[in-house]
Design a protein around this ligand. Structure first.
Ligand code: SAH
Length: 458
């Protein structure tokens, strides 16, 4: 069938829906057009920019009717950057949208009966700005001076940025000042095309509770021009920077970090707290980027786990052991498994740091380690999973079903794979009771959920 629209033509449309990545959807004779920056209920004129088999993309040219959920995006570089997708939606509208996406995805992909399963309203932030505790900024040059900012959408051109509205203000301040110091020493940026130059990225991590900061220079080569003077200026200006490290990435790649990390000043890690638990965070370990909402998320995990102190818990995909240690306070024993060896080193160090002894950590693929635990006779009352976007490995789900924990708490950053995995667990004898979306990434299209599943009486 031929598409009922033509590239470069204009159409007056009514937007009916919003996709999971924040684009408006209009239908022309049933043919869906995806249009950024448009909201359900709005009417406007679009120009078709791309036609594919079965769908197309449009650009919003004019709005004739606007939605009550429309907001003015406060960020002046919102459209150029692409890091946020929902700043043109009121915060309340964003939270409702995320709940709806979860519901629809569970029903469509997981065939979950959303009449029976409660998908709660999304828990948002009271002040949904300045939340990110980690800034990773690419470095470039303009007219001989360093610029630090972001890649313009769909390009590799770096745009200079002084302020990101979802970033901790302190992180932005550090990047701005460090950039000024480096410019005084005529430091050169890495150039992707020529694979020459030196500084590739500046990464800043910030301890939300401790106010300690870490500064990471990602460089192409292991040298460091004017090292002493530069470090002295930085530490004089920022006494809260407790750790300065250099990571060397000599490869032609988009991946930020290289293999080698050197300590330049202070300690190799900074500390932060989630609730009353203290964590050491090193340059490369995974740590949730929204500390305020992380606490909300983990408290929900704890609530859904319903621990009395007698339970054995498995925390699969445990990272640096954050959820494991959070749950260990209320459980008899917690086992954590994670694929990255450094993260498990951190997890063990974090357990010690807090004097928590009822945890055991293993390095490896969760889908390989868990069957071993099962064979050793370890019985879990609760299994928590928090996989990356691609969801749980199929065999891991089969192991959960074989281990028959009374409860499964599934933490997910991708509703589509959550829905797929829930369907498998339901076939294996579990019933989904409730799903709680938590807004970990305000103004972006990302949705995080905690789900509570229980074993049906057999
Ligand atoms: N629960 C942690 C980390 C969640 S992120 C927290 O809240 O901080 C997901 C983690 O899964 C990452 O640390 C990643 O390294 C790990 N991972 C990815 N694939 C894995 C696998 N097959 N087995 C075990 N861990 C895995």
């Amino acid at each position: 069938m031929e598409a009922p629209v033509k590239k470069n033509d204009y159409y007056d449309v009514l937007f009916e829906d919003l996709t999971h990545d924040g684009a408006g959807v209009a239908k022309i004779n049933g043919f869906p057009l995806f249009v950024p920056n448009a909201l359900p209920g709005e009417k406007g004129t679009v120009k078709v920019v791309k036609v594919k088999k079965g769908y197309g993309y449009g650009r919003l040219m004019k709005l004739s009717e606007t939605s009550p959920d429309r907001a003015d995006a406060p960020c002046p570089i919102y459209k150029q950057c692409g890091g946020c997708q929902l700043q043109h939606v009121s915060y309340d509208g964003q939270l409702r949208h995320k709940q709806k996406i979860v519901k629809e995805t569970l029903a469509r992909i997981g065939k979950v009966d959303v009449e029976k399963v409660t998908v709660h309203p999304t828990i948002g932030m009271s002040d949904p700005w300045n939340y990110r505790n980690k800034a990773q900024v690419p470095i470039g040059e303009r007219e001989g001076a360093l610029i630090a900012g972001f890649y313009q959408q769909r390009t590799h051109e770096i745009i200079d940025m002084e302020r990101c509205l979802i970033q901790q203000t302190e992180n932005d301040r550090i990047v701005r000042e460090v950039k000024a110091i480096l410019n005084r020493y005529h430091i050169r940026a890495y150039n992707e095309q020529t694979h020459q130059g030196w500084l590739r990225h500046i990464v800043v991590r910030y301890g939300y509770q401790t106010k300690q900061a870490m500064l990471v220079f990602v460089t192409r080569t292991a040298d460091f021009p004017h090292k002493k003077k530069i470090l002295a200026e930085i530490t004089a200006k920022f006494p809260n920077i407790r750790s300065i490290v250099q990571n060397i990435n000599p490869k032609r790649t988009n991946v930020i970090f290289g293999e080698e990390t050197k300590l330049l000043s202070g300690l190799e890690y900074i500390y932060d707290y989630i609730g009353s638990i203290k964590f050491a965070i090193s340059a490369r370990s995974f740590y949730q980027v929204n500390p305020e909402q992380t606490k909300v998320l983990y408290e929900k995990v704890l609530e859904y786990a319903e621990l009395t102190g007698e339970e054995t818990v498995i925390d699969a995909y445990c990272g640096i052991g954050t959820i494991s240690l959070f749950l260990a306070q209320k459980a008899k024993k917690v086992y954590g498994v994670e694929i990255v060896p450094d993260a498990i080193e951190d997890a063990k160090r974090n357990a010690k740091l807090n004097g928590i002894e009822n945890v055991e950590f293993a390095v490896g693929q969760a889908e390989e380690i868990m069957p071993k635990w099962h064979a050793q006779g370890i019985r879990a009352d609760v299994i928590v999973v928090d996989p990356p976007r691609k969801g749980c490995d199929h065999s891991l789900l089969q192991t959960i079903i074989a281990m028959k924990p009374k409860k499964v708490v599934y933490v997910s950053c991708n509703p589509a794979t959550l829905a797929r995995d829930i369907a498998i667990l339901e076939q294996g004898g579990y019933e989904t009771k409730e799903v709680q979306p938590v807004d970990m990434f305000p103004h972006t299209a990302h949705v995080e959920c905690v789900s509570r599943l229980v074993l049906k009486n057999d």
